[in-house]
Design a protein around this ligand. Structure first.
Ligand SMILES: [Fe+2]
Length: 458
């Protein structure tokens, strides 16, 4: 009786959602059909499984969060964000000191204009007497030159806020600009270790891709072409103060970028879940990210206009960002960093090609958590050749092959050689596989095992 009542409630909920969608004229019926029909029920069931236990008394963490808005059309809330940030309880800027707020909007290339997002921001700002200036970074990865030019414009125009709208590189340029405007100097100085001592200008992040999670992190990866390096600048003052997550902005993302950024998001969720520094609060975000990303990767790749799937991907990549910015990543990212520096290949593809081998390498060191991920994947019905019910041991053992199948569905190369990586560079890659991502990997690698791993992934 209770069971049939529950089913009736679920049916009614589904009907209500459909009615709501019809009213709004959103989410065509066709694209809804692409999602597994019983996904929600399975997910609910899986959510109720006990988490691998962590001892709270062993855990030390802090968990800073900006203000977050998520949902269709929230991109138009830039003025609302600005007026909230002008609240003296939140910011060092006092409202009385600013007669008319002025913002610098940092964009990537023309696609933001094409999707109409920029117009929405400009219109809503005009209606609220907020002045705007635009800095376009153009195409390509974030560079110190882009940041220095944006800082110059921000200082000349005496802006009070920075808004970044675009992919990971735009977020990085905007984040660094906001920090450097108040702290002074050039981007190169921060590469050399100059600290961010003062709070930056308030930075509002609006991502247009679901992947890097950089809207929530406290670092910016910048390329210095003159000195020949790609390095992070970092500081708690670089964190955005306000994040607007509008899934509509991701609808136009092309399949190739959707696939590589989506693969990156999944890798980030998995690596933070098994991280040595993981703790229960970050686990909640990492697991939820896996629930949101795994069943939608293929859907957004094949049906980019599926709003429901795009929403879950954007939220999933954001949750993965929250998780890894608190507990770090793992060996996939430890290796992807030097490989990404040496070869001009999308970061998400490098991560995708490495993940199955790194999982096999780490398996025994965090078997409980890998079993949990394997169980989620099995029960999500994403694969033709695996039955949904299997033992933890079986789920753990086949996790790497399930991930290979998942990535091949979205055309992520499964071998490093297909990305142009050369065996003769292995020594250099091994030498440069170091840093925080390696330190948070569940298994501490030595050069010999890294070589074996690279051989396998090649
Ligand atoms: Fe990544």
């Amino acid at each position: 009786m209770e069971e049939s009542g529950k089913k009736l409630d679920q049916e009614m909920d589904k009907e209500m959602v459909k009615e709501k969608d019809k009213e709004k004229g959103e989410r065509p019926e066709e694209s809804q059909a692409k999602l597994p029909e019983d996904k929600q029920e399975i997910t609910e069931e899986l959510r109720n499984l006990p988490l691998p236990r962590t001892r709270w008394e062993d855990v030390v963490f802090s968990f800073p969060q900006p203000i977050i808005e998520f949902g269709k059309g929230v991109v138009k809330n830039v003025p609302k964000a600005i007026f909230r940030l002008l609240d003296p309880r939140l910011m060092h800027i006092k409202k009385a000191e600013i007669e008319r707020p002025e913002i610098l909007i940092i964009i990537g290339h023309e696609s933001v204009k094409k999707m109409g997002a920029l117009d929405k921001i400009l219109k809503s700002c005009e209606q609220n007497s907020i002045e705007t200036v635009i800095f376009s970074c153009g195409k390509g990865e974030a560079t110190v030159t882009m940041v220095n030019e944006a800082v110059e414009m921000a200082l000349e125009e005496k802006v009070h806020f920075i808004v970044g709208i675009g992919g990971g590189s735009v977020m990085d340029v905007a984040k660094a600009t906001a920090g450097i405007v108040t702290n002074g100097g050039l981007a190169e100085d921060y590469h050399e270790g100059k600290p961010f001592e003062l709070p930056g200008l308030p930075f509002i992040a609006i991502p247009t891709t679901a992947g890097t999670g950089t809207e929530i992190t406290n670092n910016a990866v910048l390329i210095d072409k003159t000195r020949g390096y790609k390095k992070s600048i970092r500081g708690s003052h670089l964190m955005s103060k306000y994040i607007l997550l509008d899934p509509e902005l991701t609808l136009d993302c092309p399949p190739d970028i959707t696939a590589s950024s989506g693969a990156d998001a999944l890798v980030q969720a998995i690596e933070s879940y098994v991280s040595k520094k993981s703790h229960p609060l970050a686990d909640i975000y990492a697991l939820e990210a896996i629930f949101l990303i795994a069943p939608n990767l293929r859907t957004v790749f094949e049906h980019g206009d599926d709003y429901a799937a795009r929403s879950e991907m954007l939220l999933g990549s954001f949750f993965a960002g929250i998780a890894f910015s608190n507990v770090g990543l793992g060996l996939v990212h430890g290796l992807a960093h030097p490989i990404g520096y040496k070869y001009d290949v999308p970061h998400g593809k490098v991560c995708g090609a490495l993940l199955p081998c790194v999982i096999e390498y780490n398996l025994e060191y965090r078997a409980d958590k890998y079993a949990r991920i394997g169980r989620i994947f099995s029960q999500l019905n994403l694969f033709t050749k695996y039955e949904a019910e299997a033992s933890d041991e079986k789920n753990t053992q086949r996790l790497a092959s399930m991930i290979k199948e998942m990535f091949s569905q979205i055309h992520i190369p499964l071998k490093l050689r297909d990305l142009g990586v050369l065996k003769e560079d292995f020594d250099w890659i091994i030498e440069n596989t170091k840093g925080s991502s390696v330190n948070s990997n569940p298994r501490t690698p030595d050069p010999e095992s890294l070589r074996e791993l690279l051989e396998k992934a090649w």
